[in-house]
Design a protein around this ligand. Structure first.
Ligand code: SF4
Length: 263
């Protein structure tokens, strides 16, 4: 095994800044092969990534974390993406139903500390159970969404999952997103047409009023300090996390290094 550091990925990521999202997805598929997955919450940027994977005819499974309290519109979007794009969507679920969790621990999402515990059990842990199955996960974070996403890297190590996170839409502007949806048959979660700028669990997501920040509808009842669930490492890390361990030949492939073992 070999170490892959965030500093190495930062250097490589800088050379990727001018590449199109499709180029980056193709690079990911060529580099990681069947150890590549994508993760989508079935919001519009995730739907764009799914559409791109489908049109590139890549066999990349889509991971979807169903917390058990998702909007029906989100579940319908997941099902349409599987059937109409011909993609394999793998639904991940928490160990306890929300009813079981509430009976055992109370209504967690009503306090800041409880929200973190609830998001960890219902969003982060289901993904962590997939650890070891993927060397890289494609996400759909965009810098244009602002907040902690404002400077999200194209390439990032995920310490907990021991894999690389790839954000091919990091540079996608709001205008590019709208144009892509207008020009392609993207399956858009209908909640986006009802004032929801970002979409999570039905317990913790509300529409956004004109002039409010995009993420104002997430955990509105808790105030502006709890605006992320922690499933994306760039939302919780400062971008300087040290390193992950991957096979040497894969690290060489990622970094474009040709290793010659002949002496
Ligand atoms: S968004 Fe709310 S309901 Fe969903 S996992 Fe997080 S705290 Fe729990």
């Amino acid at each position: 095994m070999a170490r892959l550091t965030q500093a190495q990925l930062n250097r490589l990521g800088k050379t990727f800044e001018e590449r199109t999202p499709q180029d980056l997805i193709r690079w990911a598929a060529e580099t990681f092969g069947d150890r590549l997955g994508a993760i989508s919450a079935m919001q519009q940027s995730g739907s764009i990534v799914c559409h791109m994977i489908s049109t590139l005819k890549l066999n990349v499974p889509i991971l979807f974390v169903d917390t058990g309290v998702m909007f029906q519109e989100t579940l319908d979007t997941r099902d349409r993406i599987a059937s109409e794009y011909g993609l394999e969507v793998r639904t991940l679920a928490p160990e306890m139903t929300m009813t079981e969790q509430t009976e055992k621990l109370g209504v967690l999402y009503l306090s800041v500390e409880g929200q973190q515990q609830c998001c960890h059990m219902r969003k982060v842990e289901p993904l962590l159970r997939e650890k070891g199955n993927y060397d890289a996960l494609i996400g759909s974070l965009r810098r244009a969404d602002g907040g902690r996403r404002g400077d999200c890297p194209i390439l990032m190590i995920d310490l907990e999952m021991n894999c690389v996170r790839i954000n091919p839409l990091a540079n996608f502007t709001d205008e590019q997103l709208e144009a892509y949806i207008a020009e392609n048959p993207v399956i858009v979660n209908p909640l986006h047409f009802q004032g929801y700028s970002t979409i999570g669990c039905n317990r913790c997501t509300t529409p956004v009023m004109p002039g409010e920040p995009k993420r104002a509808g997430r955990w509105r009842h808790l105030g502006p300090w709890s605006s992320y669930c922690g499933i994306n490492p760039s939302d919780v890390d400062d971008g300087t996390s040290v390193s992950i361990e991957l096979p040497q030949d894969l690290v060489d492939r990622i970094l474009g290094v040709k290793t010659d073992f002949m002496i």
